[in-house]
Design a protein around this ligand. Structure first.
Ligand code: FEO
Length: 418
């Protein structure tokens, strides 16, 4: 292997890393490719998405003839990243800084790196350059712009770039290292998990699938078409490691991951139902219970989420897999409850498609709440095989039996659509 400039003694690095567990060690994920990111143990809210497990911002240092850093970390973890880099080489020896995506959780430490390595060239897409110029004082920065298929030789390796617009911003691109069969896809394939584990098999598929689904549902869901296009563009590349910018690195469950991503991108769901509701005086809750009974009687698995106890970002994980979505609200001040309105606003932005919808609720006079929910579902293009159920004041037994029957009918529709 070519001796990398600026890193004359890699054995020293490894000795240094072994010296003490207190050090913020880099992790070698491929020969001379290191994870040097930051762990955000305390993050609990990522622009409205609850992250109870925290997250990581992953940056990768490729030590070749030209030392290349791929992405950085949120600004307050710059020192942690630089400490990790310093255990491998002098940060001032970085030649290239690849910015796959401008969002500040990844570009927030670009300026700090360039302070250390003012001669380094920033490698990004044309929209990436525009985005960086909007966010930072970029005067004096040198750029090299990459389009899809662009290549950058850094010595023994030639990095290849593929544009993946809207996964997650218009500027997004991925970096592929063919010599290592390594994909660095930035936001795609991420999960919000902080931990000492760096690889998928150290965590396990069940938990990772759940966190990858929550991440997809809350961040990537509107961009199914673009994800399918990106998967197509990447489909022929030999890949044995996917190292995203959040969470753990995939090396064992890659096939499982690509399968679920293809499914999610195509808005494919399971023959399951999700009931989301809020209630004022228990009437809407009673209707939700009756609907659940009917769906269960038809043999359909049902999840029930009260907006009083579940956060909208947690409910989105259930939306991702559910074929039918039933949404209930009382009428308050001639409209739906504000909690239901907030959920629908969030849902509208994330644009789940190919769903069956059913609106229900209760009212004293007027009854606009459930009507607004039904209008929302129509505006989303969902199939609505049954009319809404809107009950005045408290549902009588007869109306509850009617709700059970409606649940059963909807259940049959769900199974028929499979
Ligand atoms: Fe992880 Fe779009 O930022």
């Amino acid at each position: 292997m070519t001796q990398p400039r600026g890193c004359p003694d890699l054995r020293g690095v490894r000795i240094c890393a072994r010296k003490g567990e207190m050090l913020l060690q880099p992790v070698e994920i491929k020969p001379n490719v290191y994870w040097v990111g930051g762990i955000d143990w305390d993050l609990r809210n990522f622009h409205g998405y609850l992250t109870p497990r925290g997250t990581t911002y992953n940056a990768y240092l490729i030590v070749d003839e030209e030392i290349t850093l791929v992405d950085t970390v949120k600004h307050y973890l710059a020192d942690e990243m630089l400490e990790r880099i310093s255990m491998i080489c002098d940060p001032g020896d970085i030649d290239y800084l690849v910015v796959n995506h401008v969002e500040m959780d990844h570009s927030g430490s670009v300026a700090r790196v360039l302070q250390k390595a003012p001669e380094a060239t920033v490698v990004t897409s044309s929209k990436g350059k525009e985005g960086l110029e909007h966010h930072y004082q970029t005067e004096g920065w040198s750029f090299e712009i990459m389009g899809s298929g662009g290549e950058l030789s850094i010595g023994d390796r030639t990095l290849t770039f593929v544009q993946t617009p809207m996964v997650h911003w218009p500027d997004s691109m991925v970096t592929y290292v063919p010599e290592e069969r390594l994909l660095l896809p930035n936001d795609a394939f991420g999960q919000h998990i902080a931990g000492h584990e760096r690889f998928d098999d150290q965590v396990g598929w069940d938990l990772l699938r759940e966190e990858a689904a929550k991440y997809y549902a809350n961040i990537v869901l509107p961009y199914g078409t673009q994800v399918s296009r990106a998967l197509g563009a990447l489909g022929d590349l030999p890949i044995d490691m996917i190292a995203p910018s959040h969470g753990v690195i995939w090396r064992t469950y890659i096939d499982d991951l690509l399968q679920v991503y293809a499914k999610w991108a195509n808005h494919e769901t399971e023959p399951e139902a999700l009931i989301v509701y809020d209630t004022m005086w228990e009437s809407t809750r009673r209707l939700s219970t009756a609907l659940r009974r009917g769906l269960a009687a038809a043999g359909v698995p049902v999840r029930v989420r009260s907006l009083q106890t579940s956060h909208i970002s947690e409910i989105m994980t259930d939306v991702l897999s559910s074929r039918a979505i039933l949404i209930g609200t009382p009428t308050l001040n001639n409209g739906m409850l504000p909690s239901v309105g907030a959920f629908l606003t969030y849902l509208r932005g994330l644009r789940p498609q190919k769903r069956l919808g059913f609106a229900f609720g209760s009212y004293g006079w007027g009854g606009q709440g459930a009507q607004e929910v039904a209008q929302f579902m129509e505006s989303m293009g969902w199939d609505m095989p049954l009319d809404l159920m809107n009950v005045q004041f408290r549902p009588e037994n007869e109306q509850l039996e009617e709700a059970v029957e409606l649940g059963r009918k909807l259940g049959e529709q769900i199974l028929d659509s499979d």
